[in-house]
Design a protein around this ligand. Sequence first.
Ligand code: TYM
Length: 335
Amino acid sequence: MSEKRVVFSGIQPTGNLHLGNYLGAVKNWVARQDEKINYFCVVDLHSLTLPQDPETLRTQTRSLAAVLMACGIDPDKSTLFIQSHVTAHAEACWLLNCITPLGWLQRMTQFKDKSARQESIGTGLLDYPVLQAADIILYDAHEVPVGEDQKQHVELTRDIAQRFNHIYEQEFFVIPEPVIPEVGARVMGLDDPMAKMSKSLAHTRGHAIRLLDEPKEILRSFKKAVTDSGNEIVFSDDPEKAGVNNLLGIYKAVTEKSEAEVLADFADARGYGDLKVGVAEAVIETLKPIQMRYNELMADPAELDRIMKQGADQARAVSTPKLDEMKHIMGLTLP
Ligand code: TYM
């Protein structure tokens, strides 16, 4: 048996990938590919929990797969696939629904936030974390690398997996751990450093840096970033300094420097203007090779399709037998 740990993570193809998604999740997926057995999933079924334009969703699903590869996910090292191509996810979600108490879902903070913003709430929005649990447990994943905001969903996955193991009196599911980065776990909006950078606001000017933004747009967004009325460039938990802290955190994450090195880089800065330009330049440098690779990948749609098919085949080979065993344990007959 392999000694390697299994990693599973997912990302929604809703809106463009932003710097928070990259620093909180994708960068860490890329960094540890060689040490682990990896499954990375474009979770299109999750995106359906809020209203979507069908054509846009289709385009963004393909585009996100290409962005992930451009960021460094190597389909020869990791299984990269689209969730709806592997039907085991939706089936396992149904099976887990039947053992998940409703109250566990009603107290999820993301459900409360998202449902407060919707006039009509689909059942899928409430059920969202059960589908996420299905994603993870089908692959016997030990680790789930995510940003801070997904911690509660991974903890719920643990509870669901434990409940299944308890009801059916066997250690059938691995109990996964959330893996949250020390740097970049919570990138804040540039326009409001007290609010998480989010895909739903990514279209708002100056809120998010999207991975495919042009250099001049990136510079413009950073120049407009909200800071404070002082001039002290320091890492700080003080809410007053949240804007500066966020800029320094972004710089630290993209350059992979220590806090002391970061502060040394800005020791001669003449105020926040220089800080903003310095951070923008570091981000532009980081994104340049990603954008070039993305354009190459999108220029060859047949190759992208081939890679997605290969990923789905690999994912099915692991998840189908697990699903069959799960059905058997629960008392279903297999055809
Ligand atoms: P999603 O698509 O909202 O976000 C993808 C990843 O990006 C992280 N993230 C952030 N990290 C730092 N700062 C931010 N401002 C920021 N915004 C987002 C998220 O924490 C996430 O890791 N429910 C998941 C998708 C999912 C999933 C899964 C994840 C479905 N099935 C199974 C892990 C395992 C989500 O909506 O991510």
